[in-house]
Each structure stands twice: as C-alpha cells, then as structure tokens.
Design a protein around this ligand. Sequence first.
Ligand SMILES: CC(=O)N[C@H]1[C@@H](OP(=O)(O)OP(=O)(O)OC[C@H]2O[C@@H](n3ccc(=O)[nH]c3=O)[C@H](O)[C@@H]2O)O[C@H](CO)[C@@H](O)[C@@H]1O[C@H](C)C(=O)N[C@@H](C)C(=O)N[C@H](CCC(=O)O)C(=O)O
Ligand SMILES: Nc1ncnc2c1ncn2[C@@H]1O[C@H](COP(=O)(O)OP(=O)(O)OP(=O)(O)O)[C@@H](O)[C@H]1O
Ligand SMILES: N[C@H](CCC[C@H](N)C(=O)O)C(=O)O
Ligand SMILES: [Mg+2]
Length: 502
Amino acid sequence: MGKTCTELFAGLDCTVLGNPDDEVSGIAYRSDRVRPGDAFFCIVGMTTDGHSFAQDAIDRGAKVLVVERKVYLADATDVTEVVVSDTRKAMALAAANFYEHPSKDFALVGITGTNGKTTTTYLVEHMARVAGKRTGVIGTVGVRIGNAQEKTAHTTPESPDLQKLLARMRDERCDVVAMEVSSHALDLERTWGTTFAVTAFSNLTQDHLDYHHTFEAYFEAKARLFSKGYPARRVICIDDKWGNELLRRCSVAEDSIVTTGFDSSAQIHPVDVSYEPTHTSVTLDVRGSRYSFDYPLVGRFNVENVMCAFGIGLQLGFSADVIVEALEEAPQIPGRLERVKASHDGGVSVFVDYAHTPDALEKALSSIVALTPGRTICVFGCGGDRDASKRPIMGRAALAADHAVVTSDNPRTEDPNAIIADIVSGMAAGAGRFDVQPDRRAAIARAISMAEPGDSILVAGKGHEDYQLVGEKTLSFDDRVVAAEELERAFGDQVDEPVSGD
Ligand SMILES: CC(=O)N[C@H]1[C@@H](OP(=O)(O)OP(=O)(O)OC[C@H]2O[C@@H](n3ccc(=O)[nH]c3=O)[C@H](O)[C@@H]2O)O[C@H](CO)[C@@H](O)[C@@H]1O[C@H](C)C(=O)N[C@@H](C)C(=O)N[C@H](CCC(=O)O)C(=O)O
Ligand SMILES: Nc1ncnc2c1ncn2[C@@H]1O[C@H](COP(=O)(O)OP(=O)(O)OP(=O)(O)O)[C@@H](O)[C@H]1O
Ligand SMILES: N[C@H](CCC[C@H](N)C(=O)O)C(=O)O
Ligand SMILES: [Mg+2]
C-alpha cells in the first residue's frame, strides 16, 4: 500500500523539492527503523535533532525526507525533500493520510486529564460491548482489539504508530475505540489529524512538570483536545477550575457538551452515594432523570470516572438503561484499587493502586481509610527521571495513612535513595509514623508484618506494572504477585484465619 507524495501531503502547507509522484511505502521517525521506500521525518527533539540522522535514513533506503530546513545531501539526488514548518504536525497528518483516516470509520473516544483516563477507557469499552459493539482500547495498560491484548511503549502512541493501530482497528471492524490522550501526546502532536467522536476531560492536578514546566502549560496541552482542531462531542468534569475553564472556552454548541461532577450544577451529578468495601451504591441525576444502581468499584474518585463514562455513553448514543446495565457489572480495572487475592491474608486487606501523583495518592488513601475498620498502612515511592517536584508533596499526602513505608518505585537512572530523600523531605510532620525500606518487596513485607486483622495496606504507584525499571534494566516485579506471596509467607501457617473475599 504505497502513497505518492501528493497523496501523503494532501492538506498540508509544504514545498516539495523533487518529484511529487514519488511513491512512499511507509513512514519513519527513527532513522534506525527506516525501511527502503520510506519517508523519514526529521524531528527536532528535546535530546537530539532528527535532521542529523537524514544521511543514516537515506543509507537505509529512505526515498523522501521531510524537513524543517533543507539538509542538502550531496549524494542523494534521487531523494525528494519536503520542507514543512513543523515536522511533528506534518508527520501526524501524513500518517492519517497514509492510512486513509481510519478514525473516521468508527467512533473514537479520547479521554484526557491527570487521573482517571485508564479507568474510564475500560468503563467505556465495557459499556460499548454491552451495547453490542466491537471495541478497541489504547492506553497505559496497553492496546486491546476485541479480547486480544498487546503491550505498547506509550500511553498514546507516536502518530505513525497510532494511525497504523487505528487502521488495524478499522480492519477488525471496531465500532467504538476508547483512547487515553496524554498531555505529552497533545503537546507533541501525536493525535493531530485524528477524528474524535467524543472527547472527555477528567481533572487536572500536579504531574509532569518536568516536561511542561508550569501548570498553565500543562493545562494548555490538555486544552488542545477541546480546541477547534479537535471538533467532537464533549464530556467535561467541572469539579475543578480547569474543567470550568475548558467549558468556558468550548466553542461547540452547548447541547453537545455533557458536564459531570459532584457539584449539583453538573448535568450528571450524584444525589446519593454509599461507599461499601466491595462496591458503591449511587443515585445519579442525569439531566433531570434519576438512576440508582450499584457498581463493583470502590472509592470516591471512581464516582467521577463512572459519571464521566455515563456522559460518554450518552454522547455515543447509548440508552441510559444500557449504560446502567454495563456499569452494574463494571470490570476490575487492572491495578486500580485492586484487592490482592491470597489464600491466607490474616484478615488484612491489601490494595494495589496506580496512584503516582499527589492527588491520586491522597484520594486513593482517603478511599481506603473510609473503608477500613482498623489502621491503614501505605507503601509507596516515586518514579525516577520524572517530575521530582511531586515527591515531597506525595510524601506529605502519604501521612494521611496511619503509617507509611517509603520505598522505590521505578528509579530508572536515578539513585533510589536520593528519590526517597526527596519524598521524606515532605514528611517532617509525620516523624515516627513512617519508615524507609528501599527494597520494594521488603517494604511490602514490612507493612504486612505491622498489620493486624481489620487493617488495610495500600501499595501505591505501580498498579498493573509487572516490572521495575532500575537503571537501564527491566526487572520482573508485580505488586499484586509480591503482596500475595508476602501475605502467604506471613499468614500461610494460620490455616484457620478467615480469608477476606472480594
Ligand atoms: C518526553 C517525550 O515524550 N519525549 C518523546 C520525544 O522525544 P525527544 O523529543 O526527546 O526525541 P529525541 O530523542 O530528541 O529525538 C529526536 C528525533 O530524532 C530521532 N532519532 C533519534 C536517535 C536516532 O538514533 N535516530 C533518530 O532518528 C528520534 O526518533 C526523534 O524523532 O519524541 C520521541 C519520538 O519522536 C518519543 O519517543 C519520546 O518519548 C519518550 C521516550 C517518553 O518517555 N515519553 C513519555 C514521558 C510519554 O510520552 N509519556 C506519556 C504518558 C504520560 C502520562 O502518563 O500521562 C505517553 O503518552 O506515553
Ligand atoms: N477521577 C480521578 N480523580 C483522582 N484520582 C483518580 C481518578 N481516577 C483514578 N484516580 C487515581 O489515579 C490512579 C490512576 O488512575 P488511571 O490509571 O485511571 O488514570 P490515568 O489518567 O490513566 O493515569 P496515567 O496518566 O498514569 O495513565 C488510580 O490508581 C487512582 O489512584
Ligand atoms: N505514565 C506515568 C506512569 C508513572 C508510573 C510510576 N510507576 C513511575 O514509574 O513513575 C508516567 O510516565 O509518569
Ligand atoms: Mg492511563
């Protein structure tokens, strides 16, 4: 399936230096992955400049170079150069052209916000299935087409990878695809040229300031999904000021926006909520109609995710009955307040959760505390090579537990003890209520050794991850498996202990 330069760059302001009828057989943005016949996009990145790999790309058979400045390659007279003002945006549009705009052939739902994206995509997927649709999911836990699951490098893939994936979903005849749209993706134009049926915003709290530098820049990246470049039906949670700001800016007809939130001014809001250890009972007011139902997810923040999913369902044209039926049997989201299953637990409940931001940690902890008759112990750390400014704030947030064990998350190339020191610098107010154990397994074991029947342990930060990134190495590590093993080790000989079910 080749495309001429003319077809590839349709709709793009560019200068073609060479033959516009040249055929391109693929799109590449990493020189070492170029295949003969590809167009190579030279991207000015944060660490290096893709223009300096142009010769390498040609040596590997690239026929077209897309550049922001002409590279004048001496021995490459048969190579066409296409000059554009922004190679990332050009690549995204060319990728959409190359795969013939797959996102126009099904209903694509894009969800952005600091927390809640993965959870909401899973709820939307389930809802669409209950409505009889074929589904796809793209996000942090990976990609799913129907029931087939694959791992991916990014939450939101780079534009050529994304369009290729969307084309596969079209070929598999997906009707509804739910996709997480990260702030990096919006800033780096990974989704440019993609057509969304519905876009949704969950919330904005601190994360990724290493990349965006300011909160405002972080918001502006998210806000792009609600700008004229991405026309769609909208679902906006208005519980924070950023949701309200988005609502104010939205230039689409008012009846194409659904607002959600705890505030009664939201079109979807709760009038009654009861938080139980294994489920939640809600009565939602949905544009004046009331729906009472139970769903098998816990915690206050999941009420927001459920309302967001409800709004998305309405925007997709599903009936409220189908939406409620789906939510009543919502799936366990991997690693999101997931209760660890162990044959012996000594009456101690261990939850694994992906809280890796201050807000998520605060909310996950308050949800567990509210459900726990005894004490709550929190095991957590922070990722290396990521926003360091959130570390002391997460340290402070963890003091909402009765006791915290500070440990390693994914240290990546940083010194684990230096990350822990950053966290602990925010915990002065909790002297005596936390300790430090850099080895994550030992930290989980320590929390279990401290726990009494009726206590809960929150193991936060890594959720569904089945690995730990230490230096350049990827080690096998799954909080759920390790916690189950450590529970077994601690309580395995107490054969008469009751096992808490879920
Ligand atoms: C911060 C960030 O997102 N960086 C992305 C960015 O990297 P960059 O600008 O530094 O690129 P660069 O390394 O300078 O290279 C410039 C160009 O030269 C090319 N190159 C480079 C070396 C070479 O040998 N040959 C070559 O052609 C590169 O492919 C690139 O096109 O562009 C690269 C591809 O063009 C991405 O792979 C890279 O993602 C990095 C690996 C990353 O870790 N991103 C994470 C933080 C991310 O995107 N996370 C979000 C989720 C966040 C959330 O949870 O909310 C996600 O959506 O996954
Ligand atoms: N609506 C919400 N508000 C605040 N915190 C939430 C919300 N939903 C989930 N969380 C918390 O954030 C964590 C991550 O949730 P989820 O994976 O759904 O979010 P995400 O936006 O996909 O995150 P990421 O940016 O890492 O992909 C959960 O484990 C939970 O602790
Ligand atoms: N998508 C998030 C994941 C963080 C998960 C945490 N375990 C870490 O490694 O920091 C990020 O890239 O910031
Ligand atoms: Mg996610």
